[in-house]
Design a protein. Structure first.
Length: 226
């Protein structure tokens, strides 16, 4: 990690960031579906931890919005997101403090980013500063201390991540955003799809682990700005 808190890529393995979009697309679709977004044509949207920008491209295809900004600490991933944005109303920035962008948003998303943040309270305050009154922040989190396989996952992720893995519980997250003045709600992702079973999978030793993760353990938070 550089002195400014940025990294070149999330993965230690060369090219590791490239496959994240394909792997996450079914979850992104489910996040969009259950969020019941409606018309976003007049909305300004933020993706916190945007990686290579795939989520905002997908969201714009299904729910066109006025403008979208992605922010991420991975420099090469942000450059890739910029290269892939085409003529969509998107811009991507390197960093982690959203308030420094000088923008306010109607809607914000993040996918599996909260578990890497060392200071949840600071992030919640940052988001409170940039969200308009009544705006929502939808955050997906399956990597948390309440997940039965977390000790196993924590070691696996730490072995291939350029960013230190934290050890937050779901209650830690809810408390941080509640203290920052947000209304906090949560639900399970409940991914409604057949899930590919891979014998010997390091993350899911048993089929029941795979099913449980996507129906119970992977949680969507909705933080609503007062």
């Amino acid at each position: 990690m550089a002195s400014d808190g940025t990294v070149a890529t999330w993965h230690t393995r060369p090219g590791g960031d490239d496959g994240m979009g394909d792997a996450h697309t079914p979850v992104w679709r489910r996040m969009i579906e259950v969020s019941k977004l409606g018309d976003l044509s007049g909305s300004d949207v933020l993706d916190f931890g945007c990686n290579q920008g795939g989520f905002l491209r997908l969201l714009h295809a299904t729910h066109p919005f006025r403008s979208g900004i992605g922010i991420d600490i991975a420099r090469e991933s942000v450059a890739r997101a910029e290269a892939l944005k085409g003529d969509r109303p998107l811009s991507y920035h390197v960093g982690s403090e959203v308030a420094k962008l000088g923008r306010r948003f109607d809607l914000t998303f993040s996918h599996e980013v909260l578990y890497l943040l060392p200071d949840l309270a600071a992030h919640a305050r940052d988001m409170a500063d940039v969200l308009k009154p009544g705006a929502s922040y939808i955050a997906a989190m399956g990597c948390h201390r309440d997940m039965p396989l977390w000790p196993r996952w924590r070691a696996l992720i730490a072995s291939m991540s350029t960013v230190k893995v934290q050890d937050h519980s779901l209650d830690d997250v809810a408390r941080a955003f509640g203290d920052a003045g947000f209304g906090v709600a949560a639900r399970s992702l409940q991914l409604e799809d057949f899930l590919p079973v891979s014998p010997g999978n390091q993350h899911y030793p048993r089929v029941v682990d795979l099913i449980r993760y996507y129906t119970i353990d992977k949680v969507l938070f909705r933080f609503t700005r007062g």
